[in-house]
Design a protein around this ligand. Structure first.
Ligand code: ZN
Length: 306
């Protein structure tokens, strides 16, 4: 516990990773209201849209319209997912200031998800990162299936560290290790983050967990203890995974904020507003959200102001 940090940045990925994996498709104004509520709760980085082929991801087809209607706040960064040059062009056209590319760690999943080998994807990423830098846009990278693959099974740590070694550099703002199918356990999280931090000591790292097997929050703790300063989460824990039917979504942001706050780690987020947003988005999606704090309430209980 000696080196544990005083503050952790939470990136809410609900509007993209969450909504993309929900069956209910929300309209533009509901999406904008959703993201505005997250801003109001104090989120400073939000994965807001995805500039991928709308035929493949109909939930995200209105990325441009959503982006154009978002509240303007210099302190808030809206992240757009891009998977190719076309996506980057769309992101640049709307003035997106940070793009995130998803690189899959295992070949079979990469082929199925993006239609490329890992090697080809690294080349695509390098071009995108260089182009983004030229345009003054931050480029981050998420390494998907870093802790396990639905097709390959176990993903050896070397497979991930080799990729990190390739992509860590000037053009990369931050590298996330993602547990796409929610199979990671805390000891694995600690080991893998320690390994990549040793390989790329100057890189910024982010953690991305799904709570599919109920290890999400424990994995966040392990990541924080390993020195990771940024964690993805989705309010309400919305989302899922197309490769794991009936799976739950990301780690619920409000549960993570509760844990960190009680540990004395600052997030800059107002959890009462986040809890409200979790309940609200559940209403929009037509189902209760998996987050626990919205059900149980915070501790110690907070008297609501009259
Ligand atoms: Zn995810």
């Amino acid at each position: 516990m000696a080196k544990i940090q005083k503050s952790v940045e939470i990136i809410d990925v609900g509007p993209r990773d969450g909504l993309q994996n929900e069956s209910e498709i929300l309209d533009v104004s509901t999406k904008v209201a959703f993201i505005s509520k997250l801003c109001d709760a104090g989120l400073k980085r939000i994965e807001a849209v995805s500039f991928v082929n709308p035929k493949r991801v109909p939930q995200m087809a209105d990325a441009e319209e959503v982006f154009a209607a978002l509240p303007v706040d210099d302190g808030v960064t809206y992240i757009g997912l891009v998977l190719n040059q076309r996506g980057l062009d769309r992101a640049l056209a709307v003035g997106c200031k940070e793009v995130n590319y998803a690189l899959v760690a295992s070949d079979t999943f990469s082929q199925k998800n993006q239609g490329t080998t890992v090697e080809q994807a690294v080349n695509v990423y390098e071009n995108i990162a260089a182009e983004a830098k030229k345009s003054g846009v931050r480029c981050s990278l998420t390494i998907s299936t870093a802790f396990g693959c639905p097709f390959q099974g176990e993903v050896p740590a070397e497979q991930v560290t080799r990729l990190v070694e390739r992509v860590a550099g000037n053009d990369t703002y931050e590298i996330a290790l993602a547990d796409t199918i929610g199979c990671a356990v805390p000891s694995q999280v600690a080991d893998l983050f320690s390994a990549v931090m040793e390989i790329a000591p100057n890189a910024n790292f982010r953690a991305h967990f799904h709570n599919t097997r109920n290890t999400g929050l424990a994995n966040c703790y392990a990541a924080v203890e390993a020195g990771v300063g940024s964690i993805d989460a989705s309010v309400g824990g919305i989302g899922g995974c197309p490769f794991a039917p009936r799976a739950t979504g990301n780690v619920p942001s409000e549960d993570l904020v509760y844990m960190l706050t009680r540990m004395g780690i600052e997030t800059g987020i107002r959890n009462d507003k986040l809890i409200e947003t979790g309940e609200w988005i559940g209403e929009q999606l037509g189902h209760a959200v998996p987050a626990m704090i919205g059900k149980a309430g915070v501790f110690p209980p907070v008297e609501l102001e009259a």
